[in-house]
Write a protein that binds this ligand. Structure first.
Ligand code: COA
Length: 323
């Protein structure tokens, strides 16, 4: 029996797919839950920005049955989002209103997400969470998740010294079909069940950000997905959602640099103050490399897996399961 109050013990929890008319409430629930978490974390009041409406709509368009709400007494008190990247399924964000926490809503949402990802055929199910929050660690450890790596959150202020890059192409809607097969190929080379094609399509088709590719010997040798819409539409930062340099190539570091230069340059030209990245801490060389590129460490998440095993080949890539 838990020492924490079971707020919802006498009321049943209903989980159902999110509908377009739920979006305002879902944004509000997220804002309240994350603002409360910040107070618990740093002891100061902070109004967390609402998640971008455009982002939620995109998640719902790509994975309609994997965007879920939890209702208690007919009112939405929590929400969760599933993502499917080929055989890799991950969950996030997941949030519950503070007044309804510790009553099983979070675990009901988490189980529903896992069911959905299994039905979608995912052979790996995982997520990332803040490594310094005891409740979050308990929540996932007690649900069967096992930590697999630390994910570093790093940030670079735009200093006006962004390098103009050649040999990196912007992919628009008309160019998308010709590169999706290469994005699938490079994803699989990084990790056998991984496929970023749907994520790349979402970024371009739903105007979430930019897709860049770079070629060597006429063949796509790397790609980057840059999200320029984060939480509130007018956010001052952009986020590198994925950057993969062909792990089989000896020049993967140069490919990585060219793509990251282009992400930084595009962010600066859109007036963004800084660029955010999340990358595995398993490669000390990559961490040193990011420091040499003026990125600063801002925090860390722990990546956890419940089903299957997940490993990445190569050294120069940015990947994250953070929603
Ligand atoms: C994480 C979150 C979704 C959990 O939702 P919830 O409805 O409280 O979850 P549940 O009630 O199903 O489970 C909570 C568990 O944490 C335990 N718990 C509560 N406070 C705790 C603490 N300070 N330390 C350790 N465990 C704690 C509860 O006892 C319960 O465990 P039990 O089932 O073994 O008894 C919710 O706290 C939240 O929205 N947090 C803010 C956003 C966030 O961090 N999301 C996750 C990001 S990956």
């Amino acid at each position: 029996m838990s020492i924490f109050a079971r707020m919802n013990k006498d009321r049943s929890i209903a989980i159902r797919p999110m509908r377009p008319e739920d979006i305002d409430r879902v944004r509000e629930v997220g804002q309240i839950a994350w603002s409360d978490l910040v107070v618990q974390d740093i002891g100061r009041r902070f109004r967390y920005p609402k998640r971008s409406e455009r982002l939620i709509e995109s998640y719902m368009a790509v994975e309609p049955k994997g965007c879920l709400v939890a209702e208690v007494g007919g009112t939405i008190v929590g929400s969760a989002f599933c993502h499917v990247w080929g055989g890799i399924g991950w969950i996030g964000p997941l949030e519950v209103l503070p007044d309804h926490q510790n009553g099983g809503v979070g675990k009901a949402l988490l189980s529903a997400c896992e069911r959905h990802l299994s039905e979608r055929g995912c052979d790996v199910i995982g997520l990332e969470t803040m490594s310094h929050m005891p409740k979050n660690l308990h929540f996932y450890l007690s649900s069967g998740y096992v930590p697999t790596s630390v994910v570093l959150i790093m940030e670079k202020r735009m200093l006006g010294d962004e390098v103009h890059t050649q040999f990196v192409e912007d992919v628009d809607i008309s160019g998308l079909p010709s590169v999706l097969v290469d994005i699938t190929r490079l994803s699989r080379e990084l990790s056998p069940s991984l496929d970023y094609a749907d994520e790349a399509r979402m970024a371009v088709e739903r105007h979430m950000g930019r897709l860049f590719v770079t070629k060597r010997d006429g063949k796509v040798a790397g790609f980057a997905i840059l999200h320029t819409y984060q939480r509130e539409e007018e956010a001052r930062y952009s986020s590198v959602k994925a950057l993969i340099a062909d792990p089989g190539r000896s020049d993967q570091r140069e490919i990585f640099n060219a793509l990251l230069d282009r992400c930084e340059q595009a962010s600066a030209s859109m007036g963004k103050d800084h660029v955010l990245i999340r990358l595995s801490a398993l490669s000390p060389d990559l961490y040193q490399h990011m420091l040499s590129r003026s990125y600063l460490l801002k925090g860390a998440n722990v990546r956890m897996v419940k089903k299957g095993t997940y490993e990445e080949n190569g050294k120069y890539h940015i990947t994250s399961w953070a929603g």
